[in-house]
Ligand binder design. Sequence first.
Ligand SMILES: Nc1nc2c(c(=O)[nH]1)N[C@H]1C(S)=C(S)[C@@H](COP(=O)(O)OP(=O)(O)OC[C@H]3O[C@@H](n4cnc5c(=O)[nH]c(N)nc54)[C@H](O)[C@@H]3O)O[C@H]1N2
Ligand SMILES: Nc1nc2c(c(=O)[nH]1)N[C@H]1C(S)=C(S)[C@@H](COP(=O)(O)OP(=O)(O)OC[C@H]3O[C@@H](n4cnc5c(=O)[nH]c(N)nc54)[C@H](O)[C@@H]3O)O[C@H]1N2
Ligand code: SF4
Ligand SMILES: [Mo]
Length: 742
Amino acid sequence: MAREVRKGNCHYCGYLCGFDVTVEDGRIVDVKPDPTRYPYSPTVAARCRRWRMNLDDLDAPDRLNFPMKRVGARGSGRFERVSWDEALDDIAARLRALREEFGGRTLASAIGGPHATYWPLHRFMSQFGSPNNMGIGQICWNPRIWMDAVTFGWPTESELGDNTRAMMLWATNPAESDNSLFWTQIRAKHNAGVPLVVVDCRKSKTALAADVHLMPWPGTDAVLALSLIHVVLQEGLFDRDFVERWCTGFEGLRAHVAPYTPDEAQRVTGVPADDIRRAARIYATNGPALLLSGRGIDQLGPNTEPTVRALCLLRAITGNVDRPGSCYVNERSGFRQEAHMERPDLFARDERAFQLNPTRLQSYAGYDLVNGQTERFGRTLPERYLTSAHPGLVMRAMRDGTPYPVRALLVMGANPVLTYANTQLVLDALASLDLCVVADYRMTPTAQLADYALPVAAAFERPTCQIHGGVADYAYGGAAAIRPLHERRTDYEILRGLALRLGMGAEWPAATLEDEYDVLFEPAGLTFQQFAEQGIYAPQPTYRKHEAPGADGAPVGFATPSGKVELASSLLEQLGGSRYPQPVLEAVAHADLAHGMVALVTGARFQPYWASSYFQNAEFRAWRPFPRVHMASATAQALGLAEGDWARISNERGAAVLKVAYEDMPLGVASAEYGWWLPETPAGAPGYSGALVSNVNLLTDNELSACEPLIGTWTYNGLEVFVEKVACPGEFAAVEENEESK
Ligand SMILES: Nc1nc2c(c(=O)[nH]1)N[C@H]1C(S)=C(S)[C@@H](COP(=O)(O)OP(=O)(O)OC[C@H]3O[C@@H](n4cnc5c(=O)[nH]c(N)nc54)[C@H](O)[C@@H]3O)O[C@H]1N2
Ligand SMILES: Nc1nc2c(c(=O)[nH]1)N[C@H]1C(S)=C(S)[C@@H](COP(=O)(O)OP(=O)(O)OC[C@H]3O[C@@H](n4cnc5c(=O)[nH]c(N)nc54)[C@H](O)[C@@H]3O)O[C@H]1N2
Ligand code: SF4
Ligand SMILES: [Mo]
């Protein structure tokens, strides 16, 4: 028997850790962390519970192995196996007919967390003639990219270095969300005496480790951030030299933050004024300092833009910009940028006007304005991701046919029934389509609503390569260890198969994803094979690039209209936004415990699951069997609940049932997990494998008028909902009984 050890990469989170894969006759028989490749650390391998899944998952009975075509009514969950030719011929023919009738814009696409390579999908959308690619950008990552870009001229990368002297983590919980090295490194630094400030509206695992934990009322973070700036300015703790030489709008900022005293901030946020002063001093007097923000503030509706931007200003006035040990402005990538791989040139410019997306920054208008600046430094922002259409409008166009009919959808690497806002809207929208194609590993609740569920090759069966949209100069990944099992294919091959059938093959010359990766790495002087040997491409970053002389001998500065860090943003003002961050207090959720109402945040990450993924894993389910809603014991008491009770959380849109667990957070606040479904329960309507029992997105919404107007951010954190005690839902009764008898 031929036995051989090959290289492969895990893909159960974004780190793509390197593995040694033992292969026997084309099948994987063993996997072990590869100590020679990125980002190996014995702690990662020991802490991560997911990587062992790699072996079982290859042949798991619930994996999709063949193209499946719907045979029952839509949503019935009844499918039959068909050949790839039959599936792709039919999909292409139906797409062609729909385009003839309604135009290319009638096709939408949906992506999710950064698991996959999205430029092939976006290239397909450009060629097909649709501007309606949707994603999760409005509430994940894009706010940070946009605010960095308007403030510093390009996205920045937080950096933890040997010389880092203070750390501030804002609305991010790497202790649960980050399986890799980062959290281990933060803890090591902290143990070595580097102070850690955590800002989180609850006592997360990360907050438990902090020297100072600021616990604001959800959604009031912009006020808190402005107050920190207030203290830094008032106490003269700012970096005078950096501000004078490299920032615009400093005096205006001083006036702007004058009202945000620590006392005023305490009144609005609930954080003690003395803690605000302490945190500001720790951050500002211990440079270089790291400040990293996370999804907690990316999902605050109208308060996302001012919060994320205020944190850019805090970094700027303390000189923590392009400085080792704090953050650096990313270089232009040495490999081909995503913007080039996705081929925006194939998309007819006239069609842009039809995009379902009236936002001002996260739109073609905003993209052109900001990219016009960054292009001066040869850096192109990923176009499709940063201009993605607004799901609130696209889903309604599917359901209602207005402003024009959206009749077809391609879903790749997403499970919108669990993860997009307003589940009922998603169900109605998907149910009304003429053609819905879902490519996934499993028959997810979203796939259950499809006309075709297509089997996708997963880790070890395909090459991997994470390029972060090409906004940074680093990439990691590796080669496939084996050929895809059964009839699984890569997303690339699926899209190429469709493109060929639609007469668009000229732009897909490479037969495989590996060949396309060769094209991607060409400018870096690497083949994909060479890249894969190392598993990482990461040239040493450079710092203080703004001081480097340009062609005329003068420093090049920053890629903003003024050439400086814009404390007062000329670009946001041009787009009808505010020069300085403006908190929107009307959008903050209130609680009214006497009437059973709390302010709910949703989606705080927890192990071992990932969004809607891994709920099929029996071991994981035995460890974490119940969906939980956390709250302080005093809140529970006021609501007539105790730890372990089941709570029905509801609003005008719907209800979800979760189990109460105690955690320290402000009185009147609750935090619900997201992503829960029960793959072992029947597929198809009405239950969609338990997707409608504990799914908090039954409560959320992305209706445009409630969204932030520049980026289009909706609210996952800060919903006014009612909570009441209920009996254990039938779906959980057996597990509950079992747990109780233990
Ligand atoms: N209420 C609430 N909702 C949220 C959030 C929240 O905090 N609260 N967070 C939001 C955020 S930040 C995100 S990123 C999203 C995540 O939302 P999603 O990305 O929709 O969630 P996942 O469970 O990661 O779903 C990914 C699906 O893609 C499949 N998949 C994985 N890799 C591939 C691949 O390479 N190709 C294909 N074709 N399929 C693949 C998986 O099997 C899985 O079914 O959820 C968002 N929704
Ligand atoms: N285990 C696991 N890991 C994951 C994922 C997963 O689903 N599961 N998803 C991946 C994805 S797609 C992403 S985007 C990243 C996200 O990773 P993180 O950015 O670390 O996101 P969360 O873990 O949700 O942490 C957000 C924190 O913000 C807090 N928060 C919520 N609202 C507010 C508020 O208004 N103010 C303040 N100050 N805090 C608030 C929450 O309590 C929570 O602790 O994680 C990735 N890693
Ligand atoms: S950290 Fe992520 S990529 Fe690495 S082994 Fe764990 S799940 Fe896989
Ligand atoms: Mo995300």
